[in-house]
Ligand binder design. Sequence first.
Ligand code: PMP
Length: 424
Amino acid sequence: MKLEKSKALFEEAQKYLVKGVNSPVRYFKPYPFFVQKAKDCYLFDVDGNKYIDYCLAYGPMVLGHANEAIINAVKEQLELGTAYGCPTEKEIILAKEVINRVPCAEMVRFVNSGTEATMSAIRLARGVTGRKKIIKFDGAYHGAHDYVLVKSGSGALTHGTPNSPGIPEETTKNTILVPFNDEEAIEKVIKDNKDEIACLIVEPVMGNVGCILPKEGYLKFLREITEENGIILIFDEVITGFRLAKGGAQEYYGVIPDLATLGKILGGGFPIGAIVGKKEIMEQMSPSGPIYQAGTFNGNPVSITAGIETLKQLDDKFYKETTKTAEKLANCLREVSERYNIPAKVYNIASMFQIYFNDKEVLNYEIAKQSDTERFMKYFWNLLENGVFVPPSQFECCFTSIKHNDEVVEKTMNAIEEAFKNLE
Ligand code: PMP
């Protein structure tokens, strides 16, 4: 595979950008390919290689790249101005659409990223309850801010720094960690910290340690135990929002949290985040309440426009098709890994799927970490050489878009077969 121009750009980039990139997961050994453009389910690099894209910018591009309706609406908006620092009607339109879809959403605050959304949701929960402690799951990723960067997934885990230096222990001493899918661990923590826990934040499907599904009834259990103990339940739906179903994981599993955080898909490929939830909690936020939250670019008209155009296209057909595609690919991975006698576990839900090179059922972070990451990177490169780009980490998740049609799936399955031929 020719990657000469990417190599040269990487050498140049390293002089000015930390390790040549602007977010850790974008770097992989020996160097990443540099993108020239993207269309539908394809990425095109500067050396003329074309890849079927299952990373999809780590989630947002569920309609494929350069969606026409989004581009046209955004172009129109660009002519009208790109930031006002004043409210717009479009914010109401998108907020109403979010409220119509997401069960827990009675009010919305738009922010600029998933990180901001979880940071503000946790502050809100602490402010409302007057309690300091929060519960998070081992390996869960809720963005790059201090309170949650403890035993964190995604790039933190991939690059071996799930606890970051530079975060004082005073900041994280109130963050209590528990293993996912373990009821007793939560019961114990809540008992030991009675009336001290402000919130429990959870990715309903853990998309930042691969793709870990909640055991049957587990989310319902979390809902009940938090309710009984006056703990605010936050679903971090930055990945699962608008993906698992129109109303996200809370609709899919029929479990309604008090607050939820959204991002990725909501911005249609532009920066966005949102905190949504019960009115009585949301109204405690500034300016109607005392708990501070603000942002120059909150509710940015370009992102909001892209979000409106995106949600319009997420109809029943979208969910059916993207689910079917992910299921086909997951089944292919199951079949091929078995035929080649390579120990693997494969999980899929809606448009999410991932293979773990692991012989145990992956129920939590500890088990996920035992996967063969070297073999994963071999699989990654083999796929790339066969024109398929998956996220370059065992601990990320693959996504399907509406543009991954039968022909593309067929090509991908052939690439998977080729990839496994060379996997020891
Ligand atoms: N929460 C979850 C579940 C995420 O997957 C991510 C990003 N991958 C974030 C929060 C942070 O979002 P952002 O990168 O937009 O800050």
